[in-house]
Design a protein. Structure first.
Length: 303
């Protein structure tokens, strides 16, 4: 049987997400009630980080321990990956010693090549092109606060980055719409969006993108790996801050999300991220719960 990987949001069907959402609710409840739940006893997760992380490392490592398993952290600096060992060879070796692998790296093709050579499931913990675990946590967080996301409008104000491409895939799976506004020169790369995707509209003016939105979300202007563009981006993104005025254009009940880490005064004002519509801490916490459901599903299948 083919091994199931989670490399992009679109790798799972709506039916699988609905199952995972139900599992997440159950697993979260157990955690909140201090109820031990160890379905992954004696199983090992290997986590490979080629970029920095706080939330992703912590949520996967804590999550795997809570499920009864172990998690091992590797990074480029200390492992042979940093000395040029081919990704294909690393995948062969690592996947003989563990039950599941999570990778945070640069190009999506790296994780694609890795997964093709892995005997165990591989999870994308962020690439330049996608961040599916975060968007899954965000969709779960929306549903927790407001119910179904189907038919709703999400405003994306900022860079056309990994988070946006995962949101665009989520829109197709769950049937919602994304209003996208990026500064000129930082537009959506059509090669990263399915040509059949009818679930988004591009707006020149970031305030117009927020009009009537049920959720307003943004992310850093300079993602990891693009640091040399930081000065140019600071100029180009002037005006793309999510502030109180933009939130006023959204629905009254609109939520604000940011995957974090955030830069107050750049992509979001302090009044918004620290204000009553912001659910950023729930979003961060839900990384733990959705990923525990994901680990359980990829290792054990439906339980
Ligand atoms: N949101 C997120 O993935 O955070 P980290 O970079 O801290 O893992
Ligand atoms: N778009 C950001 C997300 C960080 C979690 C980055 O790739 O750096």
């Amino acid at each position: 049987m083919a091994i199931k990987h989670y490399l992009q949001f679109a790798d799972f069907s709506l039916d699988e997400y609905e199952y995972l959402i139900e599992r997440t609710k159950i697993i979260k409840r157990k955690f909140k009630n201090y109820e031990p739940y160890h379905p992954l006893l004696d199983r090992t997760l290997v986590m490979v980080f080629e970029k920095n992380s706080t939330r992703t490392r912590l949520s996967f490592e804590a999550g795997m321990h809570q499920l009864g398993g172990a998690a091992i952290y590797l990074n480029t600096r200390d492992s042979q990956l940093g000395r040029g060992e081919p990704v294909e060879d690393a995948a062969q070796v690592m996947s003989r010693m563990c039950d599941i692998i999570m990778i945070r790296t640069f190009g999506q093709e790296i994780i694609d090549r890795f997964s093709r050579n892995s005997r165990v499931p591989v999870i994308n913990g962020l690439t330049n092109e996608h961040h599916p675990c975060q968007v899954f946590a965000d969709v779960f967080t929306y549903i927790e606060h407001r119910g179904s996301i189907t038919g709703k409008t999400v405003a994306w104000v900022g860079d056309a980055n990994n988070m946006l491409y995962s949101w665009l895939q989520a829109a197709e799976v769950f049937g919602f719409h994304v209003n996208v506004s990026t500064p000129a020169g930082y537009d959506i790369n059509p090669a990263l969006v399915s040509p059949a995707n009818q679930r988004y509209t591009v707006f020149k003016d970031p305030s117009d993108a927020c009009e009537g939105a049920d959720l307003v979300t943004t992310d850093v202007w300079t993602s990891m790996g693009y640091e040399q563009e930081n000065a140019a981006r600071l100029k180009a993104f002037d005006g793309w801050i999510v502030d109180g005025a933009k939130m006023k254009r959204a629905n009254k009940e609109a939520l604000f999300m940011h995957c974090l880490p955030a830069h107050r005064g750049e992509e979001v004002s302090a009044e918004v991220i620290d204000g009553p519509q912001s659910v950023v801490w729930d979003e961060a916490e839900n990384r733990l719960h959705v990923q525990k459901a994901l680990l359980e599903y990829l290792v054990l299948g439906r339980v």
